[in-house]
Design a protein around this ligand. Structure first.
Ligand code: NOJ
Length: 548
């Protein structure tokens, strides 16, 4: 497979609202990002994925866009954005923007026109249907943010479709004019020199509402190929699709060489392994490590040479990984490094979400009033209405709420963690006194420097980029171990996922002359990987020489 620049890259996601506030209004901004580019350069990342900075009433923090061509004044100006692209490029960093085209804000001029009358030229830009009589919506599809996915419009007597909040009406991508407007908008940004797009819930754009099809509609791949031909083919950029419903077979269609669709997609399969099957994200069960290994093995194997993986533990929609599958107390540092090691040495493009590189943890606000996320607030209202106990609902929110990832970036130990000189839009985690960038950069043994090393290793070792993945001792309930092989080079990763001391014995079939240690998360780690008793969350990585 021909090596593309993004095969060797690591992406860093910035949630601008919570990254760095340069103006003192309590909200992160683009100038604030520019101030931190040297920090990102030190970490060694190649690409920044910027969550939306477009004009928006912020019902869903920017994922409800009212003008695709304007920067929201909270974040700055177009000049600031152009400067960010340039200053990042000066440090060999590309900026990829969030492309939210499944829906707009209800305050987007297209929707405001569309709402005016059934014969308005923009009516068909959105999805309008008659109800079923008796005040019933057209069908029973539910919104991701609770309640029906249909909103009644008194004036025209019809319902419009919104898979997310009612302020996020879904666009009708079956309308060719809509698609062409979107392609023009993509070119506008690409011509400014951005490095590509992260495409929000892109698997929904082929929906066939009248047939109850939401994800993976019959025309989805046709639209993506059209987008490639009309827009992307003209630029050397990277694209990553958010595809909650993707299987590996679907991922091969999206990302297979020569398919001319996307470069990679985000799988969600690993993100649902701590949920009770079929009960949605809030009903929790403990993670079964064997399931996690089987799942990763499937993606690594099926996409090897047939597509490309994105590797992530975190983003702005997920709880913090060290709190979720690590130990954010006694073994915070060890477990954060272990999780990073397991992920970054697989095949694919790794994504680091702001604060992950210093081991930031989940938040527990006492009162629901301190939460800001629309999904969390709607859930709380709905569950209380259903008669659920408030403390049970809060327990789910503590574990899975999206605000876990959205508290301000912890830069230093000062008030508000150096994020703002004003009052932050959402409170800072009080653990910023000990968990912050300043102390992480100063400490050579910090989580930050571990990430830095992993990111650098990917650039230096082709085996990390192209090697074949093989699971070892797949049914071991506590240890995640695998090899990556390319030619004569073999990398061996052994990681203890829990706080106990399991034995780990390498299979005899893996015979070699000498093992060279590449990275580990304890200072005095064992030098022979054949038989080890692992310490809590210990992660060991070796290069095996003289493999037979
Ligand atoms: C996925 C985004 O990541 C999430 O934050 C947003 O709420 C929905 N798509 C709707 O745009």
């Amino acid at each position: 497979m021909e090596t593309k620049w993004w095969h060797k890259s690591t992406v860093y996601q910035i949630y601008p609202r919570s990254f760095n506030d340069s103006s003192g209004d309590g909200i992160g901004d683009i100038k604030g990002i520019i101030e931190k580019l040297d920090y990102l350069s030190l970490l060694g990342i190649d690409v920044i994925w910027l969550s939306p900075v477009y004009e928006s009433p912020n019902d869903d923090n920017g994922y409800d866009i009212s003008d695709y061509y304007t920067i929201h004044e909270e974040y700055g100006t177009m000049e600031d954005m152009e400067r960010l692209i340039k200053e990042a490029a000066d440090r060999n960093i590309k900026i990829i923007m969030d492309l939210v085209i499944n829906h707009t804000s209800d305050e987007h001029p297209w929707f405001m026109e569309s709402k005016k009358s059934t014969d308005n030229p923009y009516r068909d830009f959105y999805i309008w249907r008659d109800g079923r009589g008796d005040n019933l919506p057209p069908n029973d599809i539910q919104s991701v943010f609770s309640g029906p996915a249909w909103e009644f419009d008194e004036a025209s007597g019809q319902y419009y479709f919104h898979l997310f909040s009612k302020k996020q009406p879904d666009l009708n991508l079956h309308n060719e004019t809509v698609r062409h407007h979107l392609y023009d908008m993509m070119k506008f940004w690409l011509d400014k020199g951005i490095g590509g797009f992260r495409m929000d819930v892109i698997d929904l754009i082929g929906k066939e509402i009248d047939h109850g099809i939401v994800g993976n509609g019959p025309k989805l791949h046709h639209y993506l190929q059209e987008m490639h031909e009309k827009v992307l083919a003209g630029y050397d950029v990277m694209t990553v699709g958010e595809t909650p419903s993707a299987t590996t077979d679907m991922a091969k269609l999206y990302t297979g060489p020569g398919r001319n669709e996307l470069d990679m997609v985000f799988t969600f399969e690993h993100m649902s392994l701590d949920e009770v099957k079929g009960k949605g994200k809030w009903e929790l069960k403990p993670l079964d490590l064997v399931e996690l290994k089987v799942m990763f093995c499937k993606w690594q194997t099926n996409l090897h040479q047939h597509g490309w993986n994105s590797l992530y533990w975190n983003n702005h929609d997920q709880p913090r990984i060290v709190s979720r599958w690590g130990n954010d107390q006694e073994f915070r540092i060890e477990s954060a490094k272990m999780l990073a090691t397991v992920l970054h040495l697989m095949q694919g493009t790794p994504y680091v979400y702001q604060g992950e590189e210093i081991g930031m943890t989940n938040i527990r606000f006492e009162s629901i009033d301190e939460y800001k996320d629309i999904e969390t607030l709607n859930l709380f209202k709905e569950k209380i209405k259903e008669g659920k106990d408030a403390s049970d609902v809060m327990a789910s929110i503590y574990a899975k709420g999206r605000d876990n990832a959205r508290t301000p970036m912890q830069w230093d130990a000062s008030q508000h963690a150096g994020f703002t000189g004003g009052t932050p839009w959402i409170p800072v985690n009080s653990n910023h006194h000990s968990i912050n960038v300043n102390s992480a950069v100063e400490d050579p043994n910090s989580i930050f420097h571990h990430y830095r090393k992993l990111i650098a290793m990917r650039k230096e070792m082709d085996t990390i980029v192209h090697g074949k993945f093989e699971l070892i001792n797949g049914d071991h309930p506590e240890v995640f171990a695998y090899t990556r092989k390319l030619g004569n080079e073999v990398i061996l990763v052994i990681a203890n996922f829990y706080g106990r001391h399991p034995d780990f014995i390498l299979p005899d079939a893996l015979s070699f002359e000498r093992a060279e240690q590449l990275i580990s998360n304890y200072p005095d780690s064992p030098v022979d990987p054949k038989h080890v008793q692992l310490r809590p969350y210990e992660a060991l990585v070796f290069k095996l020489c003289g493999v037979k």
